[in-house]
Design a protein around this ligand. Structure first.
Ligand code: SF4
Length: 338
């Protein structure tokens, strides 16, 4: 039987989400010590640490396996030497988001939808992140700038959906989120608010009663898209806090990134789909990783991805098979791969 790190970082009392968010593991030596690993076997990349430092929540670490450098959760957060490879075609801004950034904090890439970078930080640094080089300094609006951003949405009648992304929007305080959501609600042509977040997985205590009340009582159609990549991420705590969401008020979806040697097989992804469905969450997207500098070692070929999806189609009911998609700069929507 494998041993998880949970007993090593357990607390004797339930902690508030803000306490957990302010007590992240950012030192590679601490992470290695908790997981009883030998740093010499997998040296940390100082260059990667400088560009995109290690950052991980203790609840996420608690789901990692002791003594296993190949743990699928650890591989998602460890700044490995592989990130130093300079691979042709892998660039800082593969989706050319800087060209779709008309006002601070807002990306307008697709017809009818805009994306707001609600906060400039996350609770975890996922090494494959397509925004690891994003200009968050230029996209952290003050209250006055937020009003300009909201005016942009109010001035375009074609925008019916606002997407809160990040950073991680649920890393914002209830007060800030409440303010932002109330301002979006005041714009009559906005019908839907979609929130993309990894916090319900990596810091499930974030699903506190105040947040759920805010989301469940909005006049907007509320969609929460989790970012979960592996069934091992769905801990007892994740199940406990996800069980508090009223699925009649909030549509629950998941998107995963297909990651080499982490979840690139149909058995793992089928298990993930079943585990998500047990939480009232539908598997929505499976993304091919974007070609971001420093992440080439995570890439999976299109052929292999299609093979995995076909295997999933043979194993699962249709509603448990996510759409395999790829995002390409300049196209009016994500491309579905078949
Ligand atoms: S939580 Fe999302 S935005 Fe933040 S580092 Fe991970 S993938 Fe990137």
């Amino acid at each position: 039987m494998t041993q998880s790190a949970i007993s090593l970082i357990e607390s004797d009392r339930p902690k508030k989400w803000q306490e957990i968010l302010s007590d992240l593991i950012t030192d590679p030596k601490e992470l290695v010590q908790v997981l009883q690993l030998d740093l010499a076997a997998q040296p940390v990349s100082l260059a990667a640490m400088q560009q995109f430092p290690l950052k991980v929540t203790k609840p996420f670490v608690a789901s990692m396996e002791i003594g296993n450098w190949n743990d699928p959760l650890l591989r998602q957060v460890w700044p490995a030497r592989d990130e130093e490879a300079n691979v042709p075609g892998y660039v800082d801004d593969p989706l050319k988001e800087s060209a779709a950034n008309p006002v601070a904090g807002l990306l307008h890439k697709y017809q009818g939808r805009v994306l707001l970078t609600a906060v400039p930080h996350c609770a975890i640094h996922c090494r494959y992140c397509f925004r690891r080089h994003f200009d968050y300094d230029g996209n952290s609006p003050s209250r006055i700038q937020w009003r300009q951003t909201l005016n942009y949405i109010a001035g375009d009648q074609s925008i019916s959906e606002v997407i809160l992304s990040g950073g991680d929007p649920l890393a914002a305080s209830d007060q800030h989120l409440g303010w932002l959501i109330s301002k979006i609600e005041e714009i009559p042509h906005v019908e839907t608010l979609r929130i993309h977040s990894r916090l319900p997985i990596v810091l499930p205590q974030r699903l506190n009663p105040e947040l759920l009340s805010l989301l469940e009582n909005s006049r907007l159609n509320m969609v929460l898209v989790l970012h979960c990549n592996h069934p091992q991420e769905i801990s007892d705590e994740v199940q406990h806090f996800m069980g508090k969401i009223d699925a009649n008020s909030i549509t629950l979806l998941n998107q995963s990134v297909l990651l080499a040697e982490i979840n690139d097989n149909s058995t793992t992804l089928a298990e993930l789909s079943h585990s998500l469905f047990a939480l009232n969450v539908l598997p929505y997207y499976l993304h091919l990783p974007d070609k971001v500098a420093g992440t080439a070692h995570f890439s999976v070929s299109r052929e292999k991805a299609l093979q995995i999806i076909r295997q999933m189609e043979n194993q699962l009911s249709g509603y448990l098979v996510p759409r395999l998609v790829q995002e390409e700069a300049g196209l009016p929507a994500k491309s579905r791969l078949r």
